[in-house]
Ligand binder design. Sequence first.
Ligand code: GRG
Length: 296
Amino acid sequence: MAMQTFEDWMQSVQTTVEKALSDLLPPAHRLPESLHEAMRYAVLDGGKRVRPMLVFAAGELVNAPSPVLAYAASAVEMIHAYSLVHDDLPCMDNDVLRRGKPTVHVRYGEAGALLAGDALQSQAFVTLSRLDIDPARVFEMLRVLSEAAGASGMCGGQAIDLDSVGQTLTLPQLERMHRLKTGALLEASVFMGCLCGRFPVGEEAAALYAYAEAIGLAFQVVDDVLDATADSATLGKTAGKDAADNKPTYVSLMGLDESRALAEKLRRDAHHALSPFGGRADRLRQLADLIVQRSA
Ligand code: GRG
């Protein structure tokens, strides 16, 4: 059978995940309606769904069942959406545009956005706890996702980010911040996908760790380049914020050309890491290309 094109595969994952998210989130008409509406507004009908696609691509490598992948992918996307809602709040990045729409606090107020983010985080773990598979595997997914989201991952990176405004960071310090803030959840997406099937061991496990690390960092290097070069309409969020907020970025530390070269090197590292899988890992390779070559 001919392999589905990457575009068709992306479309089918996006459709599957959109449906799963809609089913797994509380219905908008259930009380308290404003909270449920805000949760759905934050998650549905927007975003590139890069993390869910990583879950599916990694899961397909280990023959994981699609319905299980849809739950795992939805849980990761709920955590990601919650982080965006909280990051956009006036006490953090103070932004009014996200995914081409007014941010959640603009639409539902600050308290509404805070609560919607909190509830999305809980809903992610509720979702995983409802998986009807080996409980040991569910436990491992809960551990992987909570570690990636918490103080040793995304929240820790966000704290360093907030403390770094107006500071000069060294490249290793910048890399550490991004590995936590952005990389941890992207890496977890790969591992969550693998946990939906039989997690690879030995050389293959090491290959996946190396791949996940490379794309996690590449994503942020490209994010810094796009913030400096793309416009708000293309990004669906306010462009040029890093420089306006005096934030250390790859672009401010290395310049545009070197940042682009670094992203390309990380893309090649990601491809190289997957060599033990041969052609079986082509979706993960295509996702590495997408992450580095994207324009939004
Ligand atoms: C508030 C706990 C807490 C954490 C926030 C992820 C994050 C940490 C902040 C988001 C700010 C930001 C723009 C980070 C750069 C990388 C990033 C996560 C971009 C947004 O992810 P995309 O491009 O977004 O995958 P879509 O909308 O496509 O899902």
